[in-house]
Structures are given as C-alpha cells and as structure tokens.
Design a protein around this ligand. Structure first.
Ligand SMILES: Cc1cc2nc3c(=O)[nH]c(=O)nc-3n(C[C@H](O)[C@H](O)[C@H](O)COP(=O)(O)OP(=O)(O)OC[C@H]3O[C@@H](n4cnc5c(N)ncnc54)[C@H](O)[C@@H]3O)c2cc1C
Length: 382
C-alpha cells in the first residue's frame, strides 16, 4: 500500500503547477485587487482541458476522474483560490449535476461547452433564509402547461453572473412527499430567461477574483424538459453532489495550506531580524513544520476519500473528515504564514495576505465545519 501517483496523475499535477506558477501567479494579484473575473485565465484553463477533467470524452471531457480534478484544484489553490473555486464550482457544482442526473438531450446540449471552459454553469441551493438546512428550500416551482413556473431567490451562488455563464441549476419545492415533507427537484434555468435576475457581485472578504451572486426568480418559465433527473429527487441529488464536492474543497484547502508553507519557507530564508534570517529561529521552523504536518495529513485524508469514492465504496464520512480537517488546516496555516511575514503579511502585495482572506470561507462553503461534524457524528451512529 502506498500513496504514490500514477504517471498520468503526476503529469497532470506538473502541468497545472506550471500553469499556476507561470500564468496565474504573475497576474492574479491585480485581478484580485480590482475584483475582476479572470476571463483570460479561465480560457487558458479551458484549453488545458481542466473543465472537462472528470467527464467522458463522449461529452467533450478528458475521460479522467474526480481525483484528477482534485489534483488540479490543489495545484491551482497553492497559488490562488479564486481561480481554483471557479474551476471547482464550474465542474463539481455546475456541470456534474447534468452529467450525473441529466437526460441525454441535456448532456448533449450543455456539457461540450462546459467541458471546454467556454461556458460556466452554477448550482443554486443556498437561500437567504438558510444554507445549512438545505432541505428548507423556499423557492417554488409549479407546473403550468408544458412549463415550470419558478418563484423565489438564491444567495451566494458561485459563477452565476459571469459573461460566459450559460445556466444555473436551482433546487425548488415542486410538491409534497407522501410523508408530508417538501418534494424538492432540480431545474435548469438558462441565463437571460425572463424574470430571472442576477444581482451585482457581492462585496466579499476573499475570493475577490471569483464570481458570487444573489439570484431572483419572478414567475420564471422554463420547459418541463429542464427538470434534472426525476421529479422529487433533488434532495438526494444535491446530497451526492455535496459529498463529492467536499473532497474537492478539501483538495482546494490543501492547496492553500501548502501555498502558505511555500511562501513561509521563502520568506523565512530572506527576511532578517537580529542579524540573521528569521528562519534560523526554532520558533519559526516549528511553525513551518506544524504547517507542513497539517497540509500533509489533510492531503492523505482527501486522497483516502477520493480513493473510496472512485472504488464505489461509501465515502460520506471520509469526505466530511477530509473537508473538516483540510479547511481548518487552511485557516491555521494562513494565520501562521501571515504571522511569519510580520507586517508584510498584512499587505495585499504578498500572496499570504490573499491566502489569509481566502481561507475562512473554506470552513463555511459546501457545508460548514459544524455540518461536517454533524455528518461524521451521524455516521458514527448518533
Ligand atoms: C463565497 C461563497 C460562495 C458560495 N457558493 C455557493 C454556491 O455556488 N451554491 C450554493 O448553493 N451555495 C453557495 N454558498 C453558500 C454556502 O454553502 C453557505 O453559506 C453555507 O452552506 C452556510 O449556510 P448559511 O450561510 O446560510 O449559514 P447558516 O446555515 O445560517 O449557519 C450559520 C451558523 O450556524 C451553524 N449551524 C447551523 N445549523 C446548525 C446546527 N444544526 N448545529 C450547529 N450549528 C449549526 C452553521 O454551522 C454556521 O456556523 C457560497 C457561500 C459563499 C460565502
């Protein structure tokens, strides 16, 4: 038993690492400062096939798997999290529901452009009234003739308002289950559908070069054929999508945590205090050793969850463990890296400042740390 990567995985990791270092690192600070979406980088990521990584060639994908996506996310986030979350949300939340649950027509219509990165899709689950309790959806969809009529709103939706966003898949209550609970279904709402409004970009703390929007649905009409999968299966669908997504967010968190190690080692060698590099102090060395330990153990956790998922084994608990551990590790590493940088760590020109701002959301998005603990405890029989 060993955790070495195959030649294919290694080659992918190297090419994404080179892209992140050579193409993303030199320009992303400016996009971040100006809160601009990096269309040109996204186009290049599309050309590299990153948006099609886990999808079959039949739909324009690369024929890889979910672990390949995770490796790419880790390498991107090692340099910048805005581009990493753009890829994560586009693939894991935007395209994956169509790939896993969509009809052949939906796959043929939407997936090729998504796989090439020419278009993005978003997944609208969270509502202003609450995200953790995702079953408490208030958005409603009713059948009128051969159309769904959707009313409600969604908040914090990634990739929902870019110039290249094609559609948002939204969860909505479409009736009542036999047990009397809400029947939830997923429905595709194409961009530009009358009554579908996308609000201005939020003023965020981090992920400043990624796109996050509030969405409003006012008598929005879409064909019945825009239902994704079976009616009433929306809840089960998003549970699956979120279970997988947690592994991806864990990978992204590991990338950020490792980037903090990289930057800290570099800085500790060059910065001098009291007549010698600060890295010669054991206090600094131990901080970096702890950071590396956290990044390494978090990586093993997501590798394990991904391996179980690809083997078709249960992976819910392991995905939650990986997401919980890795996101908390990212926050801890970002705090330590900023500390090692002293006052410069508080200046936006240093990558660790960006990493610090970008780390906190990892403990919140795609299930908060409390939600991960609830999932783990439930799986342990509580
Ligand atoms: C930048 C960004 C991008 C996002 N992208 C997307 C996206 O693309 N699609 C999407 O659908 N959503 C997205 N989200 C939403 C995100 O998933 C939610 O913010 C998250 O799930 C938490 O929901 P909430 O914000 O409503 O917090 P709440 O659910 O209101 O939780 C508030 C606090 O209460 C805690 N809490 C809640 N219930 C319990 C409980 N039973 N026990 C203990 N503690 C509890 C939570 O852990 C949290 O600490 C995004 C959010 C952000 C900020």
């Amino acid at each position: 038993m060993h955790f070495g990567l195959s030649e294919e995985y290694s080659a992918l990791r190297e090419s994404v690492r080179a892209f992140a270092t050579d193409k993303v690192a030199p320009v992303i600070g400016e996009f971040y400062e100006q809160r601009k979406f990096p269309y040109e980088l996204v186009r290049q990521m599309g050309q590299m096939g990153l948006f099609g990584l886990p999808f079959s060639e039949e739909y324009g994908g690369m024929g890889g798997d979910y672990f390949a996506l995770c490796l790419a996310l880790e390498e991107l986030a090692r340099v910048d999290s805005s581009v990493a979350i753009t890829l994560e949300a586009a693939v894991s939340l935007g395209a994956m529901p169509i790939y896993r649950f969509g009809t052949e027509e939906q796959k043929a219509k939407w997936l090729p452009r998504l796989c090439r990165g020419e278009a993005l899709a978003a997944f609208g689950l969270t509502e202003p009234g609450g995200g953790s309790d995702a079953g408490a959806t208030k958005t409603k969809a009713v059948v009128d003739g051969d159309e769904w009529v959707i009313n409600g709103s969604k908040c914090f939706i990634t990739n929902a308002g870019t110039d290249i966003t094609d559609f948002v898949t939204v969860t909505a209550v479409t009736g009542t289950t036999e047990k009397g609970g809400p029947e939830i279904s997923s429905i595709i709402v194409p961009r530009g559908t009358p009554g579908f409004t996308v609000a201005d970009e939020y003023s965020k703390v981090g992920w400043l070069a990624s796109d996050t929007r509030e969405l409003f649905f006012d008598d929005v009409r879409v064909p019945l054929a825009n239902l994704v999968g079976e009616r009433g299966r929306g809840y089960a669908q998003f549970l699956r999508i979120l279970d997988e997504g947690r592994i991806a967010i864990a990978a992204l968190s590991v990338g950020l945590a490792q980037g903090c190690v990289d930057e800290s080692i570099k800085y500790a060698h060059q910065r001098e205090a009291f007549g010698r590099p600060i890295g010669q102090n054991q206090a600094i060395q131990f901080m970096v050793a702890d950071m590396e330990t956290r990044a390494h153990t978090s990586r093993l956790a997501y590798y394990d969850a991904a391996a179980r998922m690809l083997a078709g084994e249960p992976f819910k608990r392991q995905a939650a463990i990986a997401k919980l551990h890795a996101s908390e590790c990212a926050v801890d590493n970002a705090r330590a890296a900023t500390q090692i940088h002293g006052g410069y760590g508080f200046m936006n020109e240093y990558p660790v400042a960006r990493m610090w701002r970008d780390s906190k959301i990892l403990e919140i998005g795609e299930g908060t740390s409390e939600v991960q603990r609830m999932i783990i405890a439930r799986d342990l029989g509580f």
